[in-house]
Write a protein of this length. Structure first.
Length: 254
């Protein structure tokens, strides 16, 4: 009996020791890779913004992406209620984290966009030409799809009215159906579409949309709920609760 207890004790001791060693290795690897992960996340974000800005070139090196982003893209913050530029509420401000804090956010009303609160201050990216003029404004947008929230960037011409790009970079939609939101062929259908008509949000995503209609984009085939989610997302973010006041004021011209 004593031998069995001793054997069991040794086994438990070995298991605990192995677990401790493994946890130390995993923790060390996580800490060691943190800087690399942050660098990759930054690079991925810059790449998507440059794509929305029409500045990304296939095969660009990481250094080239970083250099072009710094040269042509300006990070600003916007008070969504007033539509005016403002300062970040705190250092290392993240609008998505802010949306989860009541002191930095506002409850969403009369919308089926898929989230309950939006930040009071949002991030925007102004795209400059070599002459320094603003040529596009890149807006971060997100909203519900079929399975989860989808995140993207909407690039609007300097007129505050004309869509140039809609880039989704994070989504969990069904491959071949809703996942086609990331298909370049579908994304290209947004180029030149108009957001407003007579001052009201007019852009729609609908089945068999006339490609010549400046206010409609053809829905994704077989992905009705994802298409509806895209429409709700865009209509919300260019509406009065989102970037609508900012786009109408064209604050970047002042």
């Amino acid at each position: 009996m004593s031998a069995k207890k001793e054997s069991l004790g040794k086994t438990v001791g070995v298991v605990v020791a192995v677990c401790l060693v493994c946890s130390i290795i995993v923790s060390g690897a996580a800490v060691g890779l943190r800087d690399l992960q942050q660098t990759n996340a930054k690079l991925d974000k810059q790449t998507n913004i440059l794509t929305a800005a029409g500045l990304y070139e296939t095969g660009m090196s990481n250094d080239a992406v970083d250099a072009k982003f710094k040269e042509f893209v300006e990070l600003r913050y916007v008070d969504l209620d007033s539509g005016e530029f403002t300062e970040a509420p705190e250092a290392d401000y993240d609008m998505y984290k802010a949306a989860k804090q009541t002191e930095y956010s506002t409850k969403v009303t009369n919308s089926n966009v898929g989230f309950q609160r939006r930040p009071n201050v949002a991030t925007v990216y102004l795209v400059h030409s070599e002459d320094g003029d603003v040529t596009r404004v890149v807006l971060p947008v997100h909203g519900s799809g079929l399975w989860d929230l989808m995140y993207g960037f909407l690039a609007v011409d300097a007129d505050g009215q004309t869509v140039k790009e809609l880039i989704y970079y994070q989504q969990k939609e069904t491959p071949g159906l809703g996942g086609e939101v990331q298909n370049p062929a579908w994304q290209a259908k947004w180029d030149g579409k108009k957001l407003y008509k007579d001052g009201e949000v007019a852009i729609k995503v609908k089945k068999n949309a006339n490609p010549d209609n400046p206010y409609s984009v053809d829905a994704l085939s077989g992905a009705t709920l994802t298409s509806t989610g895209v429409q709700n997302t865009i209509q919300y973010w260019v509406g009065e609760q989102g970037f609508g006041p900012f786009l109408k004021k064209q604050a970047w011209r002042s």
